[in-house]
Design a protein around this ligand. Structure first.
Ligand SMILES: O=C(O)[C@H](O)[C@@H](O)[C@H](O)[C@H](O)COP(=O)(O)O
Length: 156
């Protein structure tokens, strides 16, 4: 378990967390992605906000485009707390397995847009940008969160 250093600023915490992950890769606790230098986690488990954010990657935020750093920081999160650190999309998309869990009707529009890309013409939601390059993505939705999806078979 690697905890976030909350005794430093967000930028320092992101650097410390990156260092910790690098150590885990050196000691082979965490694999390296086959196609890039990112860590390859066995499983990344994500919640999704009603706005479609995952991790602390919010819609239209520049952190969504971060492609150099494994872990980045933000100081202007639209949700409290404003200062956060987050895995970047390249790390999430390097995982062997990614699970996104969403429950409740407040997630229905974002689930539709992320999974089917249909809700509006805006840019893709962060959750819709989760596309593991060689891993598996599984969504876990309750019936309310899945209520706007078409053509899906649901298990009980
Ligand atoms: O501070 C945050 O960014 C949120 O707490 C968050 O990331 C959360 O995981 C989702 O909003 C889904 O949460 P629920 O599944 O509990 O609705």
């Amino acid at each position: 378990m690697t905890s976030i250093n909350d005794g430093v600023c967000a930028e320092g915490a992101a650097d410390d967390y990156t260092f910790a992950i690098r150590q885990l890769m050196r000691t082979r606790v965490v694999d390296v992605c086959d196609t890039c230098d990112c860590p390859k986690f066995d499983l990344i488990l994500l919640g999704m906000g009603p706005d479609g954010h995952v991790a602390s990657l919010f819609p239209n935020h520049p952190a969504l485009k971060e492609s150099d750093d494994w872990i980045t920081f933000i100081v202007d999160s639209p949700e409290s707390p404003p200062e956060r650190i987050t895995f970047t999309l390249p790390v999430i998309n390097s995982a062997a397995n990614v699970a996104i869990v969403a429950a409740g009707s407040s997630k229905a529009d974002a689930a539709l847009q992320a999974i089917e890309g249909k809700a509006d013409d805006g840019p893709p939601l962060p959750a819709g940008l989760v596309r593991p390059s060689s891993g598996k993505l599984v969504w876990f939705l309750d019936s309310e969160a899945a209520s706007k999806l078409g053509n899906y078979k649901f298990c009980d």
